[in-house]
Design a binder for this molecule. Structure first.
Ligand SMILES: *[C@@H]1O[C@H](CO)[C@@H](O)[C@H](O)[C@H]1NC(C)=O
Ligand SMILES: *[C@@H]1O[C@H](CO)[C@@H](O)[C@H](O)[C@H]1NC(C)=O
Ligand SMILES: *[C@@H]1O[C@H](CO)[C@@H](O)[C@H](O)[C@H]1NC(C)=O
Ligand SMILES: *[C@@H]1O[C@H](CO)[C@@H](O)[C@H](O)[C@H]1NC(C)=O
Length: 423
């Protein structure tokens, strides 16, 4: 008792709220103690206020999406080969199970019955055949449309066709919808996104609903009972500048995420060539900590060893998929323009995930203090390095710090000792 300032109480409150969330649409807000620091890493006080109860997304979605690498150059052969590669590389076993087709799968016009049809040149066998293929491998198939009159690549889209299109996808065996924001006629997202939720629901098929309104109308404030995840930002680009700015924008909404509904800072660029190995390692570590969807955006048929090493780091994936489901956040920034950063969040089992992230242009030492984590300084903590895959310190007290290379991060799990409490 009293070893950890307020951890057990808070975690109990959080857990009971999660249990409650799955059985009711409206739940009371959990009461979280006021933090002693500027950031309370346990704060999920906005989570679950509204909750889409389709039972999906108990942890952030994992898989692959065609857009970041292939854009419009897609076809059914590529999708099948990608499914094959997810299996043969072992990525599927690590949890990457959604195979998501982005824009350009459709013919340019609806058929004579006003229904969506696949592009006959690139998807001649149809989407149902593809869904069957993917399902035979125990994977899931995702598809794409826009809450507008056209998709971003000017194919037919689903505004005012919600029921027909949802029924079409369900009949094909689709498991996931990414719903974009192009050609939206200036109608507010809060009016355009719920009709598709209801249409998907009425198919009776459980379809993961991924909102992509680019964070324009602060969807964290209203999308909890609309979708399973909501984009918080504009599209990611394969650059350090884009990735870091998106991480900061997504951080703002940490208290709104939780099982069933996640903030989405967009898909991974790891392996696409625009960042260095260490920058991609930072990208993957922070996305995992932020409980972001882990949707691979590279060509998984042709990954370098470094790309595979990053994407297949099971210890980092485990942080992302931790059942407690609290989004980690930026808890300290020091150095020039705050470029020496500590990001952290609680994990199940009374542990913490910590990322020491150096966004400066030179190497520097970054330290996390127990105070920042809500721990008493005298507590002894064991530290495991998730990139070295080693227990590095058995009994750190008061703080832990390491040198970190420029644009790199180090990621750790911290386990306070002597705690009688286990989640
Ligand atoms: C399918 O798409 C891939 C990736 O763009 C391309 O390399 C391949 O040539 C295409 N195959 C066909 C049959 O069009
Ligand atoms: C439809 O919504 C109801 C009420 O939220 C929910 O209980 C049910 O699981 C949903 N069904 C599907 C298929 O999403
Ligand atoms: C595989 O990736 C490398 C770059 O890592 C590229 O040079 C090569 O063309 C790719 N091969 C195929 C078949 O796409
Ligand atoms: C942030 O970290 C720096 C360096 O460890 C420390 O001096 C500072 O007090 C910390 N700020 C807060 C608000 O914890």
């Amino acid at each position: 008792m009293g070893i950890i300032n307020h951890t057990p109480l808070v975690i109990l409150i959080i857990l009971s709220s999660i249990a409650f969330a799955s059985s009711a649409r409206l739940i009371p807000l959990p009461i979280i103690k006021e933090p002693t620091d500027s950031v309370n890493i346990f704060d999920n006080s906005k989570y679950g206020l509204l909750q889409l109860s389709n039972g999906l997304a108990q942890t952030p979605q994992m898989g692959w999406n065609s857009w970041n690498f292939f854009a419009c150059d897609i076809n059914e052969t590529l999708i099948k080969e990608t499914a094959d590669a997810l299996i043969s590389t072992g990525l599927a076993d690590l949890g990457y199970n959604y195979v998501n087709i982005d824009d350009c799968w459709e013919a340019f016009t609806r058929d004579e019955k006003d229904q969506l049809v696949p592009d006959p040149k690139t998807f001649p066998s149809g989407i149902k055949a593809l869904a069957d293929y993917v399902h035979d491998k125990n994977l899931k198939l995702g598809i794409y449309s826009s809450a507008g009159v056209f998709t971003c690549q000017v194919r037919p889209a689903s505004l005012f066709h919600e029921n027909d299109d949802a029924a079409t996808w369900a009949s094909w065996g689709v498991d996931y919808l990414k719903y974009d924001n192009c050609f939206n006629l200036g109608i507010k997202p809060i009016d355009r996104y719920p009709p598709m939720r209801d249409a998907l629901n009425s198919t009776g098929r459980k379809i993961f609903y991924s909102l992509c309104e680019w964070g324009e109308d602060d969807p964290a404030l209203w999308a909890g009972d609309v979708g399973n995840s909501w984009r918080t930002t504009d599209d990611i680009e394969d650059t350090w500048a884009s990735m870091t700015s998106i991480a900061d924008l997504n951080d703002k909404w940490a208290a709104y995420a939780g099982p069933g509904g996640w903030n989405d800072p967009d898909m991974l660029e790891v392996g696409n060539g625009g960042m260095t190995y260490l920058e991609y390692r930072s990208h993957f570590s922070i996305w995992a900590l932020m409980k972001a969807p882990l949707l691979i955006g590279c060509d998984v048929r042709n990954m370098t060893a470094e790309t595979f090493e990053i994407l297949s780091n099971k210890e980092v994936i485990d942080v992302n998929q931790d059942p407690l489901g609290i989004q980690g956040r930026k808890v300290n920034a020091s150095g020039t323009d705050g470029c020496l950063q500590v990001w952290a969040g609680p994990l199940s089992g009374n542990r913490f995930a910590v990322v020491l992230w150096n966004r400066c242009s030179e190497a520097g030492t970054i330290k996390v203090t127990w105070n920042t984590l809500g721990l008493e300084s005298s507590i002894s903590v064991s530290v495991r390095d998730l990139w070295k895959h080693e227990d590095v310190v058995a009994d750190a007290v008061a703080s832990f710090g390491v040198p970190v290379e420029a644009h790199s991060c180090e990621m750790f799990v911290l386990t306070p000792k002597g705690s009688s409490f286990q989640v």
